[in-house]
Design a protein around this ligand. Structure first.
Ligand code: HPA
Length: 267
């Protein structure tokens, strides 16, 4: 499935992408900034999964962004949609096989760290896998990477330094923290959020962890950001809603785009 997707996409694009991008819930706007775009709907690809999550379009967009050749996933796959872990990471493998060396991942997340505010952008420094599984379980495919991939530098230190410089030059403020990944689709309980805070989490969400594990396996140089779209359960005296998540994405997505464009230009 991966080889056939790579072959098909190669036949549609003029050159190898340098940077791969995964856009999270409500953050798909960056794809609209891509120049000379080539759109490849996931539906065109043999046996490829199709996005069903709200705020996700379901296609690759190839083109130029701030002088770099990029391929962007406008819409990703989540475990809660019923896909297998292998399906979730397939597009990451496809983008690496197409030649991309860098991967930038975004997501919408709940703020666990009480010093965060809705609308904050958090540079992910590390993650905690609370999904109860791992996308690399099963026979290892040596073509992609080693059996036991190191995760010490999964969130690339050089790219994190570049992100801090770009934050200063663009004036887009960033926080830093640890992302904890759950399966969803139910949001967490207040007791779970208290437990996650004790464990060292600053934000919680339903994506990113499988993709980052696959990216480490593939030796992608990876950078990831969470947009804090809501405070996690139990912090404020109000229920969590999907509308809030999408609304914050729509309101603050432009800042995240500005920061990411600057980073891509300077990679
Ligand atoms: N929990 C899990 N996933 C999320 C949240 C949250 O509070 N907000 C956005 N995605």
């Amino acid at each position: 499935m991966i080889d056939s997707a790579v072959k098909y996409i190669r036949s549609k694009i003029p050159a190898s992408p340098e940077v791969a991008i995964i856009l999270g819930s409500g953050l798909g706007g960056l794809a609209d900034k891509i120049e000379n775009p080539v759109y490849i709907d996931y539906g065109e690809l043999e046996d490829f999964p199709v996005s069903t999550a709200p705020g996700h379009k379901g296609r690759f967009v190839y083109g130029e962004l701030n002088g770099k050749r990029v391929i962007c996933m406008q819409g990703r796959f989540h475990y809660y949609e019923g896909y297998t872990m292998k399906q979730i990471i397939a597009p990451v493998r496809v983008m690496r096989k197409l030649g991309a060396e860098y991967l930038i991942v975004t997501n919408a997340a709940g703020g666990v760290n009480k010093s965060f505010n809705v609308g904050d952008i958090m540079l992910i420094t590390d993650h905690i896998n609370f999904m109860g599984t791992n996308p690399l379980i099963g026979k290892n495919d040596d073509e992609f990477g080693v059996r036991f991939p190191d995760m010490s530098f999964a969130y690339n230190p050089d790219l994190r330094r570049l992100a801090a410089q770009c934050s200063a030059s663009t004036g887009v403020e960033i926080k830093e923290g640890v992302y904890l990944g759950c399966t969803g689709p139910s949001y967490e309980t207040p007791a779970e959020i208290r437990a996650f805070r004790t464990l060292g989490a600053d934000a919680v969400g339903m994506s990113t962890v499988p993709e980052i594990i696959a990216a480490s396996h593939l030796k992608f140089k990876t950078l990831a950001f969470s947009l804090i779209t809501n405070m996690a359960a139990g912090i404020l005296d109000q229920p969590l809603t999907e509308e809030e998540v999408l609304e914050t994405g729509a309101r603050k997505g432009a800042e995240m785009q500005k920061l990411i464009c600057e980073i891509i230009g300077r990679i």
